[in-house]
Unconditional design. Structure first.
Lengths: 521, 416
């Protein structure tokens, strides 16, 4: 990145940017919003509250040109092996192109549709012959966060035929045990969602679930009615004993954190019906087309991505808050933590060299009105400078007097916070002084439905990709998560052998303390 | 008395015929069907038409003193038309008597439209006994706030109220709820018996023995204690759904409502034979042939409304079974239903038979769903020859299970 001609221009420009107060940009230009927003049908991105002038913005676009962003976008959409460390394409956009589906994708969607239809018509049966009423998704990471976030967001507009959905992910097993207490074995279906079908988190939970069903079901055939597998690993699913019609495939060219668009989205389809699932894909596809065909200056994902680069690399901001002003997006921050940080939390470039600039920010978030009573204090008066994304919906849900009042209260709070963070307020009492100058985007969507949610997720995916291109890193691998998995297996062996030899003294000390407590009981 | 009776229903015709027979001048505004199954009704109507005390007409008698509405319970549209007609042409001191089981509150609305006083007089007759129940009722409920109607109906019903006074006066709302409550109570007894039947299977009791034991208690009585594959028909189902809507919102869909539980148990009961076969064939029914005897919700009816057969057809077809269907009355209605509800591929899996044993050829299981007389004593030798797997599922507990088992059949009843 540092070799690109515009880098030094931007570095020079950033000196003045660091000196000015964000609020001054508004006092200098009362129509600033007009020049610093981009629109798409259903969506407005207001980035006027970024510490950015039109000159700086132009240099960012230049930087993107120099980084050959357009070429990279074409490589992504053409299915080139942009995930070079694993020798794979990143094909999530293929999954959403409903008009030109790949044949292997259509085949799996047909299979998924059949399963959805059987559940919706109450014809998918458990061991006793009773129809399935509850579906538990067992998965972790990409097999959990995306479907969890989406189905929580869209719960209010679920199909009347939808089963009850539940999600378990944590390998300690307590989440699953608590859930099983409230479910009836004869009407519960488990989806084992695992790209590799070897992840110990998921496998351990699947085994616990299977043992639970076996306690009630007297035959193996009965037990297997209760499990559906979603994986890229067909042999492993077969080995586990899953019925052929209960095995859904996806492909190694779909990254885990991009897999909610594949058969991993089964829970979304169960909740929304195939029609709703297709609307979700269609929303994302519209964002794909926009991303691929729109000039940078009107391109929402490109703009969003370049703003992050400006903030991170030139204004030295290291934190990014995600602040949806809508409780339906309770799990958005968790979802984006994976999408953004697992993608761009990298320290080597595509040549394998250490980078000498910062890459991914630390991202966190919470539903806005709750976050106001939690970490906004830090944003208003702490010592850290951060960037925020405020997310807002225009439509009043189930419009009536009270709902309209709540909605307006919510809008007022969102706008008040982004404004207060920007402007601040001086006071003689240092405790009541607000420095302001905290930058933010506001993403305003018409409404929250499957289509608009698809658009939003694709927007963030592409913004992540834009940043990775500027940083010259591979956003589609995740080697960093392997080391811990490997050591965990070694330590598990040590625990089972009650042997601490060769472990570091901290690990030894903790293990011995644990064993002391366990022995006392 | 000059009386108008509105409706094409059995209820309307019985009412019109019986009131003409007792000397009233009755105009039946409706259409007499070509075929009438109700015993005695054809004769009654013919006699009264001949006597000229009964006329069947398209338009009402504007000099009538009483207008009895006995439309189909769902025919809200025509009820409102009639009310408007009465507003224009009825005598101002004439009265409206609603015998139809309309949604609660509709009768009052009609009376307001017609600007006449009204009473609810529910019809409790069951098909097959309608005339007897009209002329020798165990209760005549008159729900009105009008003293005038009370006196008027007392006079109209006097010929049917001689042995002892069975007239019960109450408010219109109470009369409506009494009618709904009757069906709710009967449905509840059936669902309770079905729940006891499922317990019976677990503890190895025989629900038929339990039924006799319960029925011998006078506080309980013997009626409506038959377990089975669920009640159907439009009346029970509709009444339960309608009355449920009047419960507090929180109880309508949750387990806190007894009536919802009654409905849920009943729906669950309709699938009981699917579950037995599903377990018998270890969760793989693909390619099996299943025979169903009795498709209507009860014997001698062409109605398949809410019948267990529909639930079973859907369940078996979805598992890839072939179905052979037999019913002496309801075959046409069933054909219509499957063409409407199943896809072409599924239709290929279904055949209709006009002979009961033909429907069992190469079958893997025979489900007997209604208590037609002809089903009571089947030829087990023929069945054995016809069937691939000798399994009989007895949805009305018609058979002596030992007799069936001694003939080397696998027998499943309900709760035994």
């Amino acid at each position: 990145m540092k070799q690109l001609p515009s880098y030094s221009v931007l570095e020079e420009l950033s000196k003045q940017a660091k000196e000015r107060h964000l609020a001054s940009l508004f006092s200098d230009d009362t129509n600033r919003f007009e020049a610093f927003n981009v629109k798409l049908p259903g969506l407005v991105l207001d980035y006027s509250k970024q510490n950015l002038t039109s000159e700086e913005r132009q240099s960012l676009f230049d930087l993107a040109e120099e980084a050959k962003l357009s070429d990279w976008i074409e490589k992504l959409f053409n299915g080139e092996k942009v995930n070079h460390t694993e020798g794979r394409a990143a094909g999530h956009t293929f999954l959403r192109d409903l008009a030109h589906p790949k044949s292997e994708v259509s085949e799996q969607w047909a299979k998924m549709e059949q399963l959805v239809d059987r559940v919706h018509t109450k014809q998918l049966r458990g061991y006793s012959g009773k129809a399935i009423t509850d579906v538990v998704n067992i998965g972790v990471g990409g097999s959990d966060l995306g479907p969890l976030m989406v189905t929580h967001a869209l719960k209010g507009i679920r199909s009347p035929l939808a089963p009850e959905l539940h999600f378990v992910s944590t390998l300690d097993g307590k989440q699953l045990q608590r859930l099983l207490k409230s479910l009836s074995a004869e009407t519960t279906l488990f989806i084992i969602a695992s790209k590799s079908f070897t992840t110990i988190d998921t496998q351990s939970l699947a085994t616990t679930a299977k043992e639970w069903i076996e306690k009630h079901s007297s035959t193996h055939a009965g037990t297997m009615q209760h499990f559906i597998g979603v994986s890229t690993n067909a042999p492993k699913m077969k080995e586990w004993g899953l019925l052929p019609e209960h095995q859904l495939l996806f492909w190694d060219w779909v990254g885990g954190r991009f897999s909610l668009w594949s058969t991993i989205g089964l829970t979304i389809a169960l909740q929304q019906g195939m029609e709703g699932f297709n609307a979700f894909l269609q929303g994302a596809h519209e964002m794909d087309v926009h991303f691929r065909t729109t000039p940078f200056k009107d391109n929402v994902p490109v703009t969003l991505g370049l703003i992050s680069v400006w903030n991170i690399n030139f204004l030295n901001l290291a934190g990014q808050a995600i602040l949806p002003y809508d409780s339906r997006l309770k799990y958005l921050a968790s979802y984006l933590e994976q999408l953004v940080m697992e993608s761009n939390g990298k320290h080597v470039n595509r040549k394998g060299e250490m980078v000498d600039y910062r890459t991914c920010p630390i991202l966190w978030g919470e539903v806005g009105p709750n976050a106001q009573h939690a970490f906004y204090q830090l944003m208003h008066q702490g010592t850290e400078r951060v960037m925020s994304d405020f997310i807002l919906y225009a439509e009043v849900v189930r419009k009536n007097e009270r709902n309209t009042f709540h909605h307006n209260l919510n809008i007022a709070n969102c706008l008040a916070q982004s404004s207060a963070l920007m402007v601040g307020k001086t006071d003689e009492d240092p405790n009541k002084d607000y420095p302001g100058g905290q930058v933010s985007n506001t993403l305003l969507f018409d409404k929250l439905d499957a289509k608009h949610l698809g658009m939003m997720i694709a927007l963030y995916e592409h913004s992540v990709f834009v940043q990775s291109v500027i940083w010259d890193i591979n956003p589609f691998d995740q080697w960093g998560v392997e080391l811990g998995k490997k050591i965990a297996l070694e330590i598990l062996q040590k625990i089972e052998d009650k042997d601490t030899e060769g472990l570091d003294s901290s690990t030894q000390g903790i293990l011995k303390s644990i064993w002391n407590v366990q022995n006392e009981n | 008395m000059k009386i108008n009776v509105f409706g094409n229903t059995v209820s309307a015709m019985v009412c019109a015929g019986c009131l003409a027979e007792t000397g009233n001048n009755v105009t039946l505004i409706g259409k007499r069907p070509e075929e009438i199954a109700e015993p005695g009704l054809v004769e009654l109507l013919d006699n009264q038409l001949k006597s000229e005390r009964l006329t069947i007409n398209d338009s009402l008698d504007s000099n009538a003193e009483c207008h009895i509405i006995a439309l189909d319970p769902d025919d809200c549209y025509n009820a409102k038309l009639i009310a408007n007609q009465l507003a224009k042409s009825a005598l101002r001191d004439s009265t409206i008597v609603v015998r139809s089981n309309f949604s609660i509150g509709l009768a009052k609305e009609l009376a307001q439209t017609a600007n006449l006083e009204f009473a609810i007089n529910p019809d409790f007759a069951a098909d097959g006994h309608a005339i007897q129940r009209f002329t020798r009722p165990d209760r005549i409920i008159i729900g009105t706030s009008s003293e005038k109607i009370r006196e008027q109906l007392k006079q109209v019903f006097a010929p049917f109220n001689r042995n002892r006074d069975v007239i019960l006066n109450m408010s219109p709302a109470s009369a409506e709820l009494t009618k709904y409550g009757t069906n709710a109570m009967l449905a509840t007894r059936i669902s309770l018996m079905n729940e006891l039947a499922s317990i019976s299977e677990v503890i190895d009791a025989d629900i038929e023995e339990v039924r006799l034991g319960l029925g011998a208690d006078k506080r309980i009585g013997r009626a409506y204690l038959y377990p089975g594959v669920g009640f159907g028909g439009d009346n029970f189902t509709r009444d339960l759904e309608r009355i449920k809507l009047l419960l507090p919102q929180a109880h309508q869909n949750g387990g806190n409502s007894l009536l919802q539980a009654v409905i849920d148990i009943n729906e669950n009961q309709k699938e009981i034979f699917f579950r037995k076969l599903w377990q018998y064939f270890d969760c793989d029914l693909n390619g099996k042939t299943i025979s169903l005897w009795g498709l209507g919700y009860k014997p001698h009816t062409t109605s398949i409304e809410s019948s267990a057969s529909l639930t079973l057809i859907t369940a078996f077809v979805n598992q890839g079974c072939t179905l052979k269907l037999y019913d002496p009355f309801a075959l046409e209605a069933s054909k219509e239903w499957v063409h409407k509800h199943l896809n072409n591929h599924q239709l290929q899996q279904i055949s209709f038979h006009t002979e009961m044993y033909e429907a069992t050829e190469n079958s893997d299981a025979l489900c007997v769903l209604t208590e037609y007389k002809a089903f009571w004593s089947p030829d087990l030798i023929t069945l054995k020859e016809n069937m691939n797997t000798p399994i009989i599922l007895d949805g009305r507990n018609l058979y002596n299970k030992y007799w069936v088992e001694d003939n080397n059949f696998i027998y499943y009843g309900v709760g035994r």
